[in-house]
Design a protein around this ligand. Structure first.
Ligand SMILES: Cc1cc2nc3c(=O)[nH]c(=O)nc-3n(C[C@H](O)[C@H](O)[C@H](O)COP(=O)(O)O)c2cc1C
Length: 215
């Protein structure tokens, strides 16, 4: 009983990925997302706003799991997601940029794949709050998954698809008391290089998520 209590306390203090030696390319499963409950939709819409003052406290794995599922998780047995995408191309990837590195969200496995152990928050934005907030979601469009659309229209469709994901994050944050702001101000070239993206992959926007600074 005492050992169990100590293990539970350790798990709370040290999230799973921190306790294991994870190499780039390896995945860490997220806890299953809680896909029920939350604030009534109309209240979440009325509460949604952009915030630019964050505390540095980390976001627990369970809340991150729920956030990513709400943002862009697999919601149906046929692989469809919580946000629409043109021709169901599902070209957007979410990278979770934190102090412990950058992780790609694998929605099918509901897992985080380690990309780099570097803290890329300095490249995730020019506004100082970005550098200390616990999570910055970096949204990347893979035009290689959009070959069924004319090249000149890919940016247009990818931007629209990303808008739905960003709003999912806004509504989830409104519902859970997290603060967030979607941002176009980020260092796309540095981020592309440090994430090791291919030519066809384009960094679009970033979205900071964290706890609101105390008023
Ligand atoms: C595409 C896009 C890019 C944005 N870029 C930034 C940004 O770089 N930095 C920032 O602080 N806010 C950014 N914002 C947030 C807007 O400034 C914000 O949504 C707007 O002021 C309206 O406020 P509200 O979201 O609270 O309704 C961006 C919003 C969008 C939709």
């Amino acid at each position: 009983m005492r050992h169990t209590l100590i293990l539970v306390l350790l798990a709370l203090v040290f999230p799973l990925h921190a306790a294991l030696a994870i190499e780039p390319g390896e995945a860490v499963a997220l806890p299953p997302a809680v896909t029920s409950g939350g604030m009534p939709l109309m209240e979440a819409l009325a509460t949604r706003l952009s915030s630019r003052e964050f505390r540095e406290d980390p976001i627990p794995d369970q809340l991150l799991s729920d956030l990513l599922w709400a943002a862009w998780g697999v919601s149906r047995a046929d692989g469809h997601r919580t946000a629409p995408s043109a021709m169901n191309n599902q070209e957007i990837d979410i990278y979770v940029v934190r102090a412990d590195g950058a992780w790609r969200y694998d929605a099918t496995a509901h897992a985080l794949v380690l990309v780099t152990t570097q803290d890329l928050r300095r490249d995730a934005g020019m506004q100082p709050f970005v550098w200390k907030a616990p999570v910055n979601l970096v949204y990347v469009a893979d035009y290689g998954r959009m070959k069924n659309l004319p090249p000149g229209q890919r940016e247009h469709y990818a931007s629209a698809d990303l808008g739905f994901i960003g709003q999912n994050v806004y509504l989830f944050c409104a519902s859970t008391g997290l603060a967030t702001v979607i941002r176009g101000l980020l260092n796309r070239d540095a981020m592309k290089g440090k994430l090791g993206l291919a030519d066809d992959q384009h960094v679009l926007l970033s979205q900071t998520v964290g706890w609101p600074a105390a008023e």
